[in-house]
Design a protein around this ligand. Sequence first.
Ligand SMILES: N[C@@H](CCC(=O)N[C@@H](CS)C(=O)NCC(=O)O)C(=O)O
Length: 202
Amino acid sequence: MKLHDLKAGTNPRRLRIFLAEKGISLPTVQVDMSTGENHQPAYLALNPLGTMPTLELDDGTVLTESIAICRYFEALQPDPPLFGTSALERAQVEMWNRRLELELQMPIQHAFVHLSPFWQGRRPQVPAYGEVARARALEVMRLLDAEIGSRPFFVGPRYTVADITAQCALLLGKHTGTVIPPELGNLGRWFAEVSARPTARA
Ligand SMILES: N[C@@H](CCC(=O)N[C@@H](CS)C(=O)NCC(=O)O)C(=O)O
């Protein structure tokens, strides 16, 4: 098994934190995005989208999409459960993970792609759209602050993949100043707590 990773990437980080929570370590190679290695034929043969993470299994099967790879390891090693256990909890984790990925991570990612100098010359940039995305992410943070209230995590009493998604999205937000406004105390408290977990730097 081999993990094709990108140390600085948000989605690779989601997977690394997930694996660290389960105590799983994998043979890993770093893909060098700065030289365009992910758009070279050798990598595109594995993953035509040229994105990381990619997991290569021993029989040559390739898995992409961070959450799909997380699900693979959840099935192989259910403990600790990070996708919920009961029918209701599993649905709630799915609900929150999708909300957080689509409504928080996406606008933060769009702000990053359209506003950050990192993407200049790599992707077409529309700064005005980046600002719209940034504003949307901040609006969603306000909704999340009200939703999470004093709960320890997004779903029930347990840290799940939904928390990992939000935590990684908010880390990415720092590059464009898309950070939790100080008045959002509930979300700020949650973020400080998940960021203090031993796996947060995985
Ligand atoms: N939906 C995919 C997204 C993967 C993705 O976009 N990865 C980024 C890093 S966070 C990447 O590899 N970008 C390289 C590029 O777009 O050239 C997942 O969850 O794995």
